[in-house]
Design a protein around this ligand. Structure first.
Ligand SMILES: Cc1ncc(COP(=O)(O)O)c(C=O)c1O
Length: 345
């Protein structure tokens, strides 16, 4: 059976055009900076994000970790959202590999960290305290519903960070979704950030890879840390070729995913037994709960959905996250709504 796969936008397989570009890519040893396709991808990414330089990395997790390792010394502290991917879902890499301590603060429902909370978390100079070095934002904020942070808000946090001698890193795994949702450029959204990581392998459909951008000196250091972590890759232009298509073409079609997410949410609002979050979706993620009177749990509904040809991710006993992407067309949206109707009948 061909499944409608809504578990994540990471499930996107490369398009035929990507596969062709990968097969024909010009390559070289990227550790020697000899891979023309990687060089082109990095130049394009730096240009689009409005930063001096970029580095191609194997995953978003490695991109975030490299940024933290470059910005912070051992024993220093990073202010992160308590619902952030860096804090919750990156296997504690900052502490395990960098000796860096997270200082988690409340993510508000709109994905932000309040400037009051950030300010209150900055350690005063005291021999007993760790040194606060960095603030991390996540845009779009996944667990808060795929909500996007505005350029104005990011500027406020940037000013606060910089006036307190802190750096600002943006985990922008889905920063292009954020830009499309607000009809602004990605450059505008990340202008105040010292470093940004974004993923090619999510809504941008490439099979592998993320990009870290920042100032030239920062990226030179990041290249060294990537090697240290074993992330220096050789003829990786075969993968970067897909990433170029991600940037040139896939960034321009994300509104289709957002529109389908809205259509899916509208359909699911009509299904008895489901309670779609009031403002959902903000971008390409629909969040919903089972209604209180439903006696089966999300795992059981997930199994029924699978039998009906739709793969969904349950967040907990009552909650689902459905993610639209390149391979979800209008028919897949209809199949999803009708499968939920059948599962909850
Ligand atoms: C917000 C966010 N940041 C970072 C990552 C890490 O990306 P990767 O899975 O490529 O390591 C993810 C992955 O889902 C994510 O959702």
């Amino acid at each position: 059976m061909e499944y409608v796969d809504l578990r994540s936008d990471t499930v996107t397989k490369p398009t035929p055009e990507m596969r062709e570009a990968m097969a024909e890519a010009e390559v070289g040893d990227d550790v020697y900076r000899d891979d023309p396709t990687v060089n082109r991808l990095e130049e394009l990414a730096a240009e689009m994000l409005g930063k001096e330089a970029a580095l191609f990395v194997p995953s978003g997790t490695m991109g975030n970790l490299i940024a933290l390792l470059v910005h912070c010394q051992r024993g220093e502290e990073v202010i992160v959202g308590n619902q952030s991917h860096i804090y919750l879902n990156e296997a504690g890499g900052m502490s395990a590999l960098g000796g860096i301590q997270p200082c988690p603060i409340q993510n508000q429902a709109d994905g932000t960290l309040t400037t009051e909370d950030i300010l209150a978390s900055i350690r005063s100079e005291d021999v007993h305290h760790p040194i606060t070095r960095l603030v991390c934002l996540e845009n779009t904020q996944n667990i808060c519903g795929g909500v996007s942070l505005t350029a104005d808000y990011t500027r406020q946090v940037g000013e606060l960070a910089h006036s307190n001698n802190l750096f600002l890193h943006v985990d922008g795994a889905r920063i292009f979704n954020a830009a499309v949702a607000q009809n602004v450029t990605v450059r505008d959204l990340v202008e105040p950030a010292d470093s940004v990581m974004f993923c090619l392998s999510k809504g941008l459909v490439a099979p592998i890879g993320s990009i870290l951008v920042g100032a030239g000196k920062f990226i030179a250091r990041a290249r060294h840390v990537r090697k240290m972590l074993g992330g220096g890759m050789r003829q990786v232009g075969v993968v970067a070729a897909a990433g170029i298509i991600s940037l040139e073409k896939m960034t321009k079609r994300l509104e289709e995913d957002h529109a389908r997410a809205r259509k899916m949410a509208d359909g699911l609002r009509q299904v008895r037994g489901l309670a779609v979050d009031v403002n959902s979706p903000y971008t390409n993620m629909v969040y919903l709960n089972l209604a209180e009177d439903v006696t089966v749990n999300a795992l059981q509904v997930g199994e029924m959905m699978k039998a009906l040809g739709v793969l969904v991710d349950s967040e907990n006993e009552r909650r689902f996250r459905l993610v639209t992407h390149y391979w979800i067309d209008d028919e897949a949206v209809e199949r999803t709504v009708s499968a939920f109707q059948k599962a909850l009948r």
